[in-house]
Design a protein around this ligand. Structure first.
Ligand code: BGC
Length: 759
């Protein structure tokens, strides 16, 4: 704690300290004028600034701000520099609108495509999510504005989100649900972290000392404050004691009094309150260094940035016969409500009041002035059932055109913060519309707006092209036109698997849980980790996306095919644009562990790079892997373990298309604590070099005894005998198999255990 903060703290009354740990309003902390402590203003996030002036939640009208594409779109860009740039622009808007901390990024994992809030989250992969979150944070904070990494942790469904208890084993937490937070915290040092509403293994996020103190602060070195999600605190005093610094929203005078009373009665150690106050003060003064509200932001420049980000995020999923890009002449049938009323953001706390909105139909007209555009509504607002008249009208329009462009947006009612999706389908009307139009117009392009995966089996074979345009932000209409007419070569890649059926998805059986308990029974196997392990056929794999050009990979090299964990590994691969137009490729590096003590996913993403190539150009991409890229979290040892062994370095166009691979061997320098105990099996002993050493004399003695009893002393033990022996705890093995009769075998084994523990 700095002297200045200590000084202020010393002068604060107990009541002032307690008041500082609870919001003064929905979006502000409590100022203390007599001590020169200003208020701190926070605002949602994460894909725009939702600056609410009247302190009304949830629906107070916010000041106009740029609505950028939402997180699922951003992640599909796989472009960390672009995310940094967006973070910088967001910070400029915060500064202009008087905001000190933006409440984002959201970095929960996409455990199921049904989570209503998936549009606000990046990925099913913690490495990709972590990288995106880290660069978002770095971009915002580089300008002196804070962020709030949320919702910590295991907030992976909206269903019963305030009360549900996520039951997750520690390895799964560490490898999947915490790993993205860990990467973002260590790499980018967010000023604040927001706790989740839900419980994790029985304890509310707001009272979870293990999550907030042990893991976040002690292990990851987090030095900001933890803020509650809005309304997530149940017992203010317990939350403070567990490390929850700021409760939002306020005012809540009764809770201030709870804290004062708890300190006076001795229920709460004043030191815990002081620590929270110091952490809040530190951020309040950090924020105050950047003056706010002095000049407007450049809405035009930010709109253009939003368009660029959106166009980089669009994923070309299908392009039969190279239908796209379009020439911009002839007659285009434009169908769908979303062509006129763009669906560009999701419902809930992240809802931005945009500075302007590009209308997809108008943008088509602007970029293709020579094309004849004819429009039909097609789907309208029909959520249930089918309106044939609308479909017939759309089909008639499509028949008269050279190409049909179907703008299909998942209705807002089907996907939002606050509740989950019931299925992964488009509406019946939309499916029937696509089928009806595709029947009369082979050159049909479907343009999708949605926050997370949708099923397409019912119609994808009938259409020529599909663009996934996500919740694309306010400039998405222009970005779609850019891609359709080839002004931008699509370079987005899926940051989440698109399954064929809901029944195929990893959490299908375990979601949404029984009552308020949801068991993460699939463990570390979410997303492609699951589809790989089960050999499940998917519609589009993680990392998938097409381009208007083609790329070839060659010359995979590594710094050393035998290396030590501490050295890490560098990997190079050459990528060539073998097509006719410039384009960007996303090089994906996965690591496969050939053999491990624990069951591991077939492969895991551990590096990626987005590279731009002119036609015919080749670039060498370099990626670096540290020991962690090879490690798993071993709950028995309570730490990450990078085991000695063989690994495959895999370079892929997607998780479903690995094009190059190279075997390497890593030697671990890690010394793990000895876990052998009286009931450890013979195999456990033989897997630990200390165990082998300690058992050596005994093994020799037993072998000699067996040899003496055998007719053929040269014959070794049959393999099946070893198989029988390996699961026997040592005392049992010695008693029943080796026929040893040392006084007490248990005591004898205890002595061996003591011996190995000293090694
Ligand atoms: C959401 C948070 C949001 C907060 C403030 C909550 O309901 O879960 O993501 O930042 O409200 O609007």
């Amino acid at each position: 704690m700095s002297d200045d903060i200590q000084n202020i703290l010393n002068q604060m009354t107990l009541e002032e300290k307690a008041a500082l740990t609870i919001g003064a309003t929905a979006w502000e902390t409590t100022p203390i004028e007599r001590l020169g402590v200003p208020r701190l203003v926070v605002s949602d996030g994460p894909h725009g600034v939702r600056r609410v002036l009247d302190n009304a939640i949830p629906s107070g009208q916010s000041l106009p701000a740029t609505c950028f594409p939402t997180a699922s779109a951003l992640a599909a860009s796989w472009d960390v520099d672009l995310i940094t740039e967006m973070g910088e622009a967001l910070a400029d808007e915060c500064i202009a609108l008087g905001v000190d901390v933006v409440l984002g990024p959201g970095n929960n994992m996409k455990r199921t495509p049904l989570c209503g809030r998936n549009f606000e989250y990046y990925s099913e992969d913690p490495y990709l999510g972590g990288e995106m979150a880290a660069h978002f944070i770095s971009g915002v904070q580089s300008k002196g504005v804070g962020t709030s990494l949320k919702h910590y942790a295991a907030n992976n469904q909206e269903h019963r989100r305030f009360t549900v208890d996520a039951r997750v084993d520690e390895r799964t937490l560490r490898e999947i649900y915490l790993a993205g937070f860990e990467r973002a915290v260590k790499q980018a040092k967010p000023w604040t972290v927001m706790c989740c509403y839900n419980r994790v293994n029985g304890v509310y996020g707001s009272e979870h000392e293990w999550l907030m103190e042990r893991v976040l602060r002690d292990e990851w070195g987090f030095d900001g404050f933890v803020v509650s999600d809005w309304g997530a605190v149940h017992d203010r005093v317990a939350a403070l004691a567990a490390g929850l610094d700021l409760e939002m929203p306020g005012p809540q005078p009764d809770r201030v009094q709870d804290i004062v009373g708890a300190v006076r009665s001795g229920r709460l150690d004043e030191a815990a309150l002081d620590r929270a106050v110091a952490q809040i003060l530190d951020i309040v003064f950090r924020a105050a260094k950047t003056p706010k509200g002095q000049a407007p932001f450049d809405a035009g420049v930010h709109h253009a940035l939003a368009r660029r980000i959106s166009s980089e995020s669009i994923v070309l999923l299908k392009n039969a016969g190279g239908l796209l890009p379009l020439s911009g002449s002839g007659t285009l049938a434009v169908i769908g409500k979303a062509a006129r009323e763009p669906y560009f953001q999701g419902g809930g706390s992240s809802h931005i009041n945009p500075t302007r909105v590009d209308v997809p139909l108008d943008e088509l007209a602007r970029l293709a002035p020579d094309a004849g555009l004819i429009y039909a509504l097609g789907d309208g607002d029909i959520i249930e059932g089918v309106d044939r008249a609308l479909i017939d009208e759309a089909a008639a329009v499509a028949r008269r055109a050279d190409v049909a462009l179907l703008y299909i947006a998942l209705p807002a009612a089907k996907e939002s913060e606050g509740y989950d999706r019931a299925d992964i389908d488009l509406t019946e009307q939309q499916v029937a519309l696509i089928q009806g139009v595709a029947t009369v117009q082979p050159k049909t392009v479907v343009i999708l707006n949605n926050g997370s995966a949708v099923a397409m089996d019912a119609w994808i074979d009938n259409v020529a092209a599909v663009l996934e345009a996500w919740m694309m932000g306010q400039a998405g209409g222009g970005a779609i036109a850019d891609v359709l007419f080839g002004r931008v070569n699509p370079s987005g890649r899926l940051a989440e698997t698109f399954p064929r059926r809901l029944e195929d998805t990893p959490a299908f059986i375990n979601y949404p849980g029984d009552g308020d308990t949801v068991r993460y029974g699939e463990g570390v196997f979410i997303g492609y980790r699951y589809y790989d392990a089960r050999g499940v056929d998917v519609l589009f794999p993680f990392g998938y996306g097409l381009s208007y050009t083609t790329f070839e990979y060659a010359n995979l090299r590594v710094s050393d095919d035998l290396f030590e964990d501490t050295e890490g590994l560098r990997v190079w691969v050459d990528v060539t644009n073998t097509g006719q137009v410039a384009g960007k490729e996303v090089v994906q590096l996965y690591v496969r562990d050939r053999a491990a003590r624990l069951v591991r996913p077939e492969k895991e993403l551990k590096g990626f790079a987005k590279v731009e190539l002119a036609p015919g150009e080749t670039k060498t991409v370099e990626l670096a892997l540290d020991a962690r890229a090879f490690a798993y979290y071993d709950p028995d040892f309570g730490q990450w373990v990078a085991e000695t062994g063989d690994f495959d370095i895999l370079i892929g166009r997607s998780a479903g298309d690995i094009c190059l691979s190279q075997r390497v061997r890593m030697e671990s320098t890690q010394t793990l604590p000895c876990r052998l105990h009286r009931l450890s099996t013979f195999q456990d002993w033989m897997e630990d070099p200390r165990g082998v050493e300690a058992l050596q004399p005994l093994i020799e003695r037993v072998m000699a005894q067996l040899a003496a009893q055998s007719d053929d002393p040269t014959q070794s033990l049959p393999a099946t005998a070893l198989d029988w022996m390996k699961y026997l705890p040592l005392p049992m093995l010695l008693r029943f198999r080796a026929g040893l009769t040392e006084g007490s075998l248990e005591e004898f084994v205890d002595e061996l255990v003591a011996q190995v523990s000293e090694m």
